[in-house]
Design a protein around this ligand. Structure first.
Ligand SMILES: C[S@@+](CC[C@H](N)C(=O)[O-])C[C@H]1O[C@@H](n2cnc3c(N)ncnc32)[C@H](O)[C@@H]1O
Length: 275
């Protein structure tokens, strides 16, 4: 029997788990090195890691709390599990708001990671949103029995992350270190297709049109280096224009982050590749 594969340990807006089957035929058959620079819950990384050994692997995101959580799970998983077990025991409305009000930079690494995971598993819709001072401000969700601690999966994640490099940095640093033949998958915050459809405030300073343009510039620079590139985004006129010279494939997605249940119907998204 093959051992169970590690799965994402966070819920993340725009998480790609449900799209993996549609992505499968579009991954490169072979590549050396894997880089995922707008990481979130890393659904594509865990999927690829379950069946391939891609060589050097670099995972990055501009959200510092997120990257510190991956580092803690990689390097001190038992301490993270112990801290989460405490959160699971104490979970309730008062406890949630107490944990939310803690200042993460004053916590030890394992407690800091456990705080993020606990809030993520119990907050409204698993959202990550901060105010202008960088403080997490999502209200508690209405789960009856949220799954706060999954020790087996956290240990599998920790094993999978050994020898993986984790970086807290913006995507535009990639051309400094990416090499020919490496596979890079981008899943940036999506360009809104209508004024009400956006959820882009992952970090202070939402992802703006100028960020989409800069990302397209980074994509072009990596294309010149000879990297194999795949990118997800919404089917919007701006994205079709920015990536008009690459292969564009349309996939069927389900919009999940919407407070109005009746607007959670299927939408089309784009999968853009340079190979
Ligand atoms: C749509 S989510 C990625 C979802 C991920 N593919 C998954 O399966 O969960 C987008 C991510 O981009 C990150 N991000 C936003 N702006 C960024 C930037 N300038 N550089 C790097 N990461 C950024 C956010 O912190 C967030 O984690």
């Amino acid at each position: 029997m093959t051992p169970a594969a590690a799965r994402p340990f966070l819920k993340w807006a725009g998480g790609k788990r449900r799209l993996l089957e549609q992505f499968r035929p579009h991954f490169p058959a072979r590549f050396r090195g894997y880089i995922e620079p707008v990481l979130g819950s890393a659904a594509v990384f865990f999927h690829l890691a379950s069946s391939r050994r891609p060589g050097r692997t670099i995972l990055a995101d501009s959200n510092e709390e997120l990257i510190l959580a991956y580092l803690a799970v990689r390097d001190r998983v038992e301490a993270v599990i112990d801290a989460l077990a405490v959160q699971q025991r104490l979970h309730g409305k008062t406890h949630y708001y107490e944990v939310r009000s803690l200042r993460p930079e004053e916590l030890a690494p394992a407690e800091r990671a456990a705080r993020l995971i606990y809030l993520n598993r119990t907050c409204f819709n698993g959202l990550y949103r901060v105010n202008s001072r960088g403080e997490f401000n999502v209200p508690i969700g209405s789960y009856v029995h949220p799954r706060i601690l999954d020790s087996d999966n956290l240990r599998r994640v920790s094993r999978t992350l050994q020898r993986v490099e984790l970086r807290h940095e913006p995507f535009f640093r990639l051309p400094d270190y990416c090499r020919r033949g490496e596979f890079i998958y981008f899943d940036p915050p999506y360009q809104p297709i209508s004024p009400t459809s956006s959820f882009t405030a992952y970090t202070p300073g939402a992802f703006k049109r100028s960020d989409q343009e800069r990302l397209a510039g980074t994509f072009a620079a990596l294309d010149r280096i000879g990297c194999r590139l795949m990118l997800s985004n919404s089917d919007s006129p701006l994205i079709r224009k920015l990536y008009g010279s690459y292969r564009i494939h349309s996939v069927r997605a389900r919009r999940v982050i919407n407070s109005r249940g009746d607007r959670r119907g299927p939408v089309r998204e784009l999968l853009i590749r340079n190979y």
